[in-house]
Design a protein around this ligand. Sequence first.
Ligand code: BG6
Length: 525
Amino acid sequence: MSETAAPPVSKAAADGQAVNPLRAGLESDRITDPCTMVFFGASGDLFKRMLLPALYNLRLTDILPSGFAIVGYSRTKFTDQEFRDYCKQSVDQFSRSGPAKEPMWSDFADRISYITGEFTDTSDYNQLKTKVAENDDKFGTKGNVLFYLSTPPQVFPTIIREIKSFGLDPKSNTKGWTRIIIEKPFGTDLDSARSLQAEVEKVFDESQVYRIDHYLGKEPVQDIMALRFANMIFEPIWNRRYIDGVQITAAETLGVEQRGGYYDHAGALRDMIQNHVMNLLALVAMEPPASADADAIRNEKYKVLSAVRPFGTEDVAQRSARGQYGPGVIDGQAVVGYRQEQDVAPDSNTETYAAVKLYVDNWRWAGIPFYLRSGKRLARKVSEIAVRFAPIPQRLFGERTDEIEPNVLVMKIQPDEGVTLRFNAKVPGPKNHIRGVNMDFNYGTGFGIESAPAYERLIGDAIRGDATLFTRWDAVQRAWEIVMPVLDVWLNTKDSTFPNYAAGSQGPPTSDHLLGVDGHAWRRI
Ligand code: BG6
């Protein structure tokens, strides 16, 4: 007889409901610390669409304890009540759990307040200081304060300085912790990222800084480490002997929408590759960490980036490709080209598609190409990592015309969330025909649970003090160092072929050479 203790009975089982066996016996999610959260830029789009619905759902699922308060701080004029109404609209419209529910909403709304304030040269921060102290008395937030910067990045340094000059910094807080979440972009190039970091360091210790990269909050991105390090079968073949190339794709069908003003000064390399895609590279190529501790993991991620072979100006052309979309068709609808978008220069040289070929020069990966690409207005929205294995050493099976495909393991991040393994199988029948087939796992149907949006997970983690899914300064800096030579060449040379791909297509054909020379081809988007 087995001596293993029976797993604890879940509430669903006790209530007589069917329990998904994959979720039986799981402990509930960890509760966060009490705190006041201050959102700079609270009248902006991110707060309305993502941050406030995430907070509401954290409370609804009991991850946020009752000892919390939310303070919005922005230039737009709102009274407390107007801001609460605005927040309610945001929940009604964007919450994953549907419109705000009573009595939860009223209790939640009581903890929301608003300060109409300037960011610079102002005593409005005095009001904020008073509000944080009041919240502490009224809601029992234990002196803990979480700042969230979701303003335009130009004002990040000012806000950080003012936090200190008004005594809201961690050193002045003798009662609890003070942390800061900083939205991307962290700088617009290496120099500006370093200047921002210099300001951050004057006020916050690295352990108090949470640089957000929302890709890291996506469940399938967290699953990359679980797949690699909670299984025995992948690790022995996860190296240059068995893998001959890795493709990382973050493709979107959206154009620049209302963000032309920002995007025309950013471009795909800065907007996606330097942060989201580089984080995926680090997760797929890292060594097993010594523990699951945030810094043990982030040390290994940094080591990958530090082993990436630098670009020389001369090899930018061979190892990178850029594109810009022209008019085309997305989901059956005609759409305009990038240069016709709102707030975009009619002769813009900004890339809406970027691809780079990187090498991680270490023992595990020497000589193996990592192809990274991201673009807007492509054929399909898809983010995935495809690991292609080496060809078989000797062909035994398959009729003459059969192609023996390489094995491919695809980690699907969105819109499908799952893992697919492509392998070869014999077609039933007397002949020896071989065909590639798929073995699929889908997280949603497998576990019978919907993944929480990335911001929900990340805000919860910051309140708990878990920095695993946030980017450390050394990695941000290194990612900028990697892309800078490409950025410099692209900024200084006008691409006369732009626009060079139609909206709704696979991207610019000029990016095919990156892989063609290695005998690889882009996966179809
Ligand atoms: C953001 C970029 O960081 O990520 C946007 O600034 C992009 O341009 C977005 O559209 C993509 O995120 P997601 O979660 O839709 O893949």
